[in-house]
Write a protein that binds this ligand. Structure first.
Ligand code: TRP
Length: 468
């Protein structure tokens, strides 16, 4: 979901206060990451142990980086590339600092370019499911092979992808974003209510309790470095950190906002929605597929395989399917809009292209990359990069490699260039900084060291040098 408050910020020059920032950040945070991505990673990497690692990371890395990015934006009043340049230049003009600022700013700014195309491919899958539910294909879709059959085709997923992409870019060009975003804000509560109904239904099916146990009771034998790396990637993705968005939002806030408290609220909200999605999907795997390890490992397709079974067994399955996929479609659309908007704005600012030119060139670029992702599941399915299909590869390289790298730069920017002392003072302008000691320790030691380890192991793993 994206940014109503961002649009109002454009009008008024800033958020009107804490609520504006929290709403915009929470809206950007909640999206396919919570509903589609979290459940499949959780199922794949051991259930309870993944959840536990995830929660620990949210409270440490997530908290530290959200505070840092928001403050980088607030202090510089600029978007990522400018913010990096500005804050490093306050301290040093050496060539090293300039290179640091360039790399840090650009890594952050490039992530949305890689995420947006494949986000639209998944948006296309959701569009397809919505349309099929409208055509009352409830029974057919509950079939095990339905989803695989669909993405294994070439033309159909491509058409749905293009439809979703065109819709996203048309909204940007026509400037009707605000309308769409306001509308989807209203749909958000509906999505939560429906998700609660579906999760209660899932959790009360016979056999679902094993799934609940799988989700909530950590099994330490399932722990591996991969659990940490994927939980961290998910954290970045889900909270929209390490991609410049929160720096931009921070730049719209003023010095009177209580950052400490706002960040806490965003984390709690985002995490609760992810757990809710887990409750909807994971017990259902056990109730409907007997906890089949193949289903647990199925990755990006999980939601599309499991939920249709739930809807098929429920009364009113067609209505539930239509409403659910419509709501998710809106959540995905607003996120795609704000991802695409970020990319278009970067092209406009850095290359000085007009808005129309930036949008058109971005459209061609996204169509090409997205098409590669679509073909990666059909005619190019033999082609893998380091064992990943194309879509999974883009997902992996952004979440497990570029984002830890970008976040590492953010920590260095804070403790070396801005200095922790200055940061603390700035945060304390508005309120007491309750978690000051924890923040200072995290940003100086825990986060940079942890990020370096995770980054290194992801790279080594991708090249097959170690296996995690
Ligand atoms: N956090 C969003 C989600 O959970 C996805 C996302 C990543 C996003 N980056 C974004 C959304 C930037 C809006 C803007 O689905």
């Amino acid at each position: 979901m994206a940014t109503k408050a961002k649009s109002s910020a454009e009008v008024s020059g800033g958020f009107t206060g804490k609520i504006g920032y929290v709403m915009a950040a929470a809206a950007s945070a909640v999206g396919l990451g919570n509903i589609w991505r979290f459940p499949y990673l959780c199922a794949k990497y051991g259930g309870g142990i993944f959840l536990l690692v995830y929660l620990i990371l949210v409270a440490t890395f997530g908290y530290t980086l959200l505070v840092s990015e928001t403050m980088i934006g607030r202090m510089s009043k600029k978007s990522p590339i400018g913010a990096y340049k500005d804050l490093t230049a306050r301290r040093s003009h050496s060539t090293g600092s300039k290179v640091f600022a360039g790399v840090g700013g650009w890594v952050n700014a490039l992530v949305p370019f890689l995420i947006c195309p494949y986000y639209c491919v998944i948006g296309g899958w959701i569009t397809k499911y919505f349309i099929e539910y409208c055509r009352n294909s409830v029974k057919v879709m509950a079939n095990d092979d339905y989803f695989g059959g669909f993405i294994g085709k070439t033309a159909q997923p491509e058409i749905y992808f293009i439809v979703f992409l065109v819709l996203t870019l048309a909204i940007i060009l026509l400037g009707v974003q605000k309308g769409v975003e306001r509308f989807s804000k209203m749909m958000m509560p509906a999505l939560i209510v429906l998700a609660i109904v579906v999760s209660i239904y899932s959790c009360t099916r016979p056999g679902a309790s094993v799934g609940l146990k799988y989700l909530f009771v950590p099994n330490f034998h399932e722990f591996s470095m991969m659990t940490v790396a994927s939980a961290l990637g998910q954290l970045f993705y889900s909270l929209s950190i390490a991609m410049g968005i929160m720096i931009t939002y921070g730049s719209y806030t003023d010095d009177s906002m209580d950052v400490d408290q706002s960040v806490g609220q965003i984390e709690i909200f985002d995490t609760l929605i992810a757990i809710l999605a887990g409750l909807m999907i994971i017990p259902a795997i056990f109730a409907f597929s007997g906890g089949d390890p193949k289903v647990l490992q199925s990755g990006p397709s999980l939601m599309f395989v499991t939920l249709p079974k739930v809807f098929n067994s429920m009364g009113l399955g067609m209505a539930a399917g239509i409403v659910f996929f419509l709501l998710v479609l809106f959540a995905a659309l607003t996120s795609a809009i704000s991802l695409a908007e970020t990319c278009v704005a970067t092209l406009q600012d850095e290359l000085h292209w007009s808005r129309l030119k930036s949008t058109l060139i971005f459209a061609i670029y996204a169509a090409v990359i997205g098409t590669c992702c679509v073909f990666g599941y059909s005619i190019w399915s033999d082609f893998t990069i380091g064992g990943f299909q194309i879509l999974d590869f883009l997902d992996f390289i952004t979440n497990s490699i570029m984002m830890p790298f970008g976040a590492f730069f953010t920590c260095i920017l804070v403790f070396h260039f801005v200095t922790v002392k200055k940061m603390d003072e700035e945060i304390e302008l508005a309120s007491k900084f309750k978690r000051k000691k924890i923040y200072n320790f995290n940003v100086k030691y825990l986060c940079p060291i942890g990020l370096a380890i995770i980054f290194a192991s992801s790279v080594l793993n991708a090249f097959g040098i170690i296996s995690m």
